[in-house]
Ligand binder design. Structure first.
Ligand SMILES: NC(=O)C1=CN([C@@H]2O[C@H](COP(=O)(O)OP(=O)(O)OC[C@H]3O[C@@H](n4cnc5c(N)ncnc54)[C@H](O)[C@@H]3O)[C@@H](O)[C@H]2O)C=CC1
Ligand SMILES: N[C@@H](CCC(=O)N[C@@H](CSC=O)C(=O)NCC(=O)O)C(=O)O
Ligand SMILES: [Zn+2]
Ligand SMILES: [Zn+2]
Length: 379
């Protein structure tokens, strides 16, 4: 193939500084080294975690960088020793790696993987602790080990899920982050059982995927909590059965939920990234067994708190990354579930734009009507 082993120059959206508009640049993408894969990204969506890092509030945020982590594409070339994918394979880059060899992967207790995490947190590749992206010789940092706001990216081989080539890449790109996170928070982390009462704080893509997961798990009541009442209509289509807007009440929202549910919910999910709401989500849980799962990402310096008595009396506080899914093993399974119409994806896509419109896409994200905006990379 003509580009194998060559530097590729392509378009990418570069974040030079926190909160300054992204700039579409000609970026040089070096060939993959041993254990690395270069991917032609065809579609990427935007996630709120991209906006979070761009805001400057992420302690791991490095600039200049190429953000993006919810995407799909085709393998362009592979480095030495890469055996599980080859050029032409359809893939989803996975910010949560799965090496199957490290202490985390072998524990059977977590989907976190330790193999490349220090490198991805430092915006570089593990082999030489350098970036594969540059502009006229000046390095540009990677982000989350994925950097999908580029027409080509280089990732570690442990961060690539090979998927059904029949799957539409403009849809299954969403399986790179938000939808699996919500579904997995219910199925893997909380393990919601039939009949359970569930409260969901925040009805964006992640919260709606929690609702979808809770409905399929057989929850009897799914209570959506959001300060934007416009979210309620769309949330019904994902399984939410009741709605509560904290702005409509004078008392703390946890008390409202305890009163509505004869003592509290069985499971709650925080899908916002607000530490005060995280407290409410824990404290609306039923004494003795209620479990609250933190999904939202809170800014650097933020801390959670509650009276220890809340835990002494049986409530459980948990968190989840990528919904507890093992990425390389289970993303292909999620793609298959979508192909069999067992999970939704299309319904989360409210906007379609191109890479050149990326700043507009971020503006849309901050407006209430946008769930996921998918960018076509090659226009
Ligand atoms: N743990 C993980 O693996 C992952 C975490 N995330 C995080 O999950 C969070 C949610 O992501 P999205 O659904 O994409 O965000 P989103 O911004 O689309 O949704 C958040 C929702 O919360 C609502 N909201 C805001 N403040 C509120 C309040 N005080 N009370 C009630 N509702 C409130 C908003 O109206 C909105 O509907 C983000 O923090 C994101 O960074 C996202 C993906 C993976
Ligand atoms: N660098 C951030 C980390 C934020 C975070 O918790 N990220 C989630 C994924 S959010 C996706 O949209 C995650 O998987 N965390 C586990 C991990 O290993 O990063 C910060 O420090 O706040
Ligand atoms: Zn994300
Ligand atoms: Zn591992």
């Amino acid at each position: 193939m003509a580009t194998q082993g060559q530097v590729i120059t392509c378009k990418a959206a570069v974040a030079y500084e926190p909160n300054k508009p992204l700039v579409i640049e000609d970026v040089q993408v070096a060939p993959p080294q041993a254990g690395e894969v270069r991917i032609k990204i065809l579609f990427t969506a935007l996630c709120h975690t991209d906006a979070y890092t761009w805001s400057g509030k992420d302690p791991e945020g490095l600039f200049p960088c190429i953000l993006g982590h919810e995407a799909a594409g085709i393998v362009e070339s592979v480095g030495e020793g890469v055996t599980e994918v080859q050029p032409g394979d359809h893939v989803i880059p996975c910010y949560q790696a799965e090496c199957r060899e490290c202490k985390f992967c072998k524990s059977g207790k977590t989907n976190l993987c330790g193999k490349v995490r220090t490198a991805t947190g430092a915006g570089v590749m593990m082999n030489d602790r350098k970036s594969r992206f540059s502009i006229n010789g000046k390095p540009i940092y990677h982000f989350m080990g994925t950097s999908t706001f580029s027409q080509y990216t280089v990732v570690h081989d442990v961060s690539v899920a090979k998927i059904d080539p029949q799957a539409p890449l403009d849809k299954v790109c969403l399986l790179g982050c938000g939808v699996p996170t919500g579904l997995g928070a219910v199925w893997n982390t909380a393990k919601v059982e039939p009949g359970a009462i569930v409260a969901i704080f925040g009805l964006g893509t992640v919260g709606l995927a929690v609702a979808e997961g809770a409905k399929s798990a057989g929850a009897s009541r799914i209570i959506g909590v959001d300060i934007d009442s416009k979210k309620f209509d769309v949330a019904k289509n994902f399984g939410v059965t009741e709605f509560v807007n904290p702005k409509d009440y004078d008392k703390p929202i946890q008390q409202v939920l305890v009163d509505l549910t004869d003592g509290g919910v069985d499971y709650s999910f925080e899908c916002i990234g607000n530490v005060s709401v995280m407290r409410s989500a824990l404290e609306c849980c039923h004494k003795g067994w209620g479990t609250s799962v933190i999904i939202g990402v809170a800014a650097s310096g933020q801390e959670i708190s509650t009276r220890p008595f809340q835990l002494v009396t049986g409530r459980v506080w948990k968190g989840t990354a990528f919904g507890g899914f093992k990425s390389r093993s289970q993303v292909p399974w999620l793609v298959d579930k979508y192909m069999k119409k067992e999970i939704k994806i299309d319904e989360y896509i409210t906007h379609n734009l191109t890479l050149g419109d990326i700043n507009k896409a971020f503006d849309l994200m901050h407006e209430g009507g946008c769930l996921r905006c998918v960018l076509k990379m090659n226009e």
